[in-house]
Each structure stands twice: as C-alpha cells, then as structure tokens.
Design a protein around this ligand. Structure first.
Ligand SMILES: O=C(O)CCC(=O)C(=O)O
Length: 292
C-alpha cells in the first residue's frame, strides 16, 4: 500500500496544489479514517439490504449512482467531512458546493468497467477548472479490483470527442468513450485503500477495468464545485453548500438529508434527476434512462 501524501495541518501545500494542476490529479491523500470508511460502507450496505427498489420511485441503484447526497445521509456525511473539505479548499478556495455524490460500486468478480472518458463531456458546465472530484475508497481500490487509471496532463485538453457505446458492462450513463487511443504506458493506476482518496480534474481522461477480486470495490465519489461555475445547457443547477458562501446564486441549494429516502427528498431528487437527464442524455440515440 502506498503511503499517503502528507498534509500540513490537514491542508495541501503549495507544491501539492501545483502538482494537481500539472497532472490533473493527486493521490493517495488521507480523506477519512479507516474506521469512518468501514462505518460508511456498513451504513451503505444496511441501506442496500433494508430498502428494496419496490419501496422507492426509482431503482435503488439510481440513488446510489447519482445525487446520493440528496437522499442518503451517509453520502452527505462523507461529502461534508471537514478533513476532506480542508483538502478541497486548496484546489477550489473557501467557497465550496457539492454538485453530486455517487457510489461507484463494482461487485466481486464482475465485468463492469468504466471506459476512458472526461467527466465534463455531458454535464453542461463547459470545460471548466472549478470542479474537482474526490474519489474516496470505502474498500480497497487496486489494479485487481478495478481501480481508476488517469492520464497525466490530459486535463489540458479541451472537451474531446466521445463515442457512446451503451455497453451494459460500462458503468457510465452512455457508455461514453473518448475517441483517443490511450496507450497503457500513459495510464497511472490509482491504487488507494479505505479512507484514502484521489482528486481529479473534470477534464482528466480516466477509466477503470473489472473487479477480479472476491470483495466489492466501493467508492464514495464527490464532485465539488466553485459557486461561480454555472449550468450552461439546462435550467439552473442544484448543489449543496458545503463551506463558505455562495455569492453567485447559480445553483439552487439542496438541504442535507437527516433520514434516508424521505418523501420530500425523493421529490426533490426526481426534480434534479429530470433536469440533469435532459442535459446528460442530450443527443443520445434512442430512449435511454439515466442510471436505472
Ligand atoms: O469508479 C470508477 O472506476 C470510475 C469513476 C469515475 O469515472 C469518476 O469518478 O469520475
């Protein structure tokens, strides 16, 4: 296991911030304690066993796969963790919103992959630098379990052309793949362990292979955004205020959920999902649901 990048009083140094802007990613960083990571996993797995899709308006997987922070207290708790926000502040500054929180799960010995892509391709936010993703491991992410691979400095590109594959083994909404051949030697394997995180820029080319181990590969993935960013394709966006002040009002603020799947949170979730689906699925061929 790699040693984590050491922080100064829980914050990134100027050199670490410069490294992030140079490579478009930074890892392995301390995020939450191992105990907190295992507790978050246990809470997620309790939700999985106690809530069936039949009890919810959308399949349970949808709520795990996007905007989990709106309906699942465990997702909001991880995303609002003070230590994580102290690190994010080094990249985004003192005012921070949570754009989305997602559980990226690969079941043991499965074929699910994530094709090489840039996150910002279909989010309607433009080719911005005011968004950073914290990928927080709740179980080991290794080459064998299908950890992410990043292409260094690829965030210096514009949004590149992507092709929709709609491959059922692809965890992405459209199975989108960047139309660039990425040789294996250009990929850095992002091995991290429970409680650690990696950060990546919204334009960094990345993907991941299948989980060939006997354990689940589980990450809580948080997209943090600066309040001056704005939705450019759809209506006004939604986000949760995590720290500081939102002086811009580009995003409607969502409340922190206190209990899982309350009727109010489920109604808000659907409003957000409908708006985001229009943006994410714009131009997609055929009738495609988002993360069902
Ligand atoms: O979890 C993975 O393997 C991929 C996650 C990803 O694409 C992302 O966090 O942007």
């Amino acid at each position: 296991m790699l040693d984590t990048v050491s922080l100064e009083n829980g914050r990134l140094s100027d050199a670490q911030v410069a490294q992030y802007w140079q490579d478009g990613f930074l890892f392995p960083l301390p995020a939450i304690s191992v105990q907190a990571a295992l507790a978050a996993r246990a809470e997620l797995e309790l939700l999985e066993s106690s809530w069936r899709s039949a009890d919810l308006p959308n399949p349970l997987n949808t709520y795990k796969r996007i905007n989990s922070h709106v309906v699942m207290p465990v997702a909001a708790r991880v995303a609002l963790d003070r230590g994580v926000l102290d690190v994010i502040e080094g990249i985004l500054g003192p005012d921070i919103l949570i754009y989305s929180t997602e559980f990226f799960i690969k079941e043991p010995n499965t074929r699910q992959i994530v094709s090489m892509h840039q996150d910002l391709t279909y989010w309607g936010l433009g080719a911005i630098d005011g968004l950073v993703t914290a990928w927080i491991a709740l179980s080991p992410a290794t080459p064998a379990s299908g950890c992410m691979n990043f292409v260094a400095a690829s965030h210096k590109n514009a949004i590149l052309g992507h092709e929709d594959t709609f491959d059922p083994d692809n965890l992405l909404s459209r199975g989108q793949e960047v139309k660039v051949d990425v040789p294996d030697e250009d990929k850095t394997a992002i091995e991290i362990h429970p409680g650690q995180m990696s950060l990546h820029h919204g334009l960094t080319i990345h993907g991941s292979g299948p989980n060939t181990t006997d354990d689940r590969r589980i990450a809580c993935v948080v997209r943090y955004i600066r309040p001056d960013m704005a939705q450019q394709v759809g209506e006004k966006g939604y986000a949760m205020l995590a720290r500081g002040t939102d002086h811009f009002g580009h995003f409607e603020h969502v409340p922190v959920p206190e209990h899982p799947f309350t009727p109010d949170a489920l109604a808000l979730y659907d409003k957000i999902r409908r708006m985001q689906a229009q943006i994410m699925m714009k131009g997609a061929k055929g009738e495609t649901e988002m993360y069902t």
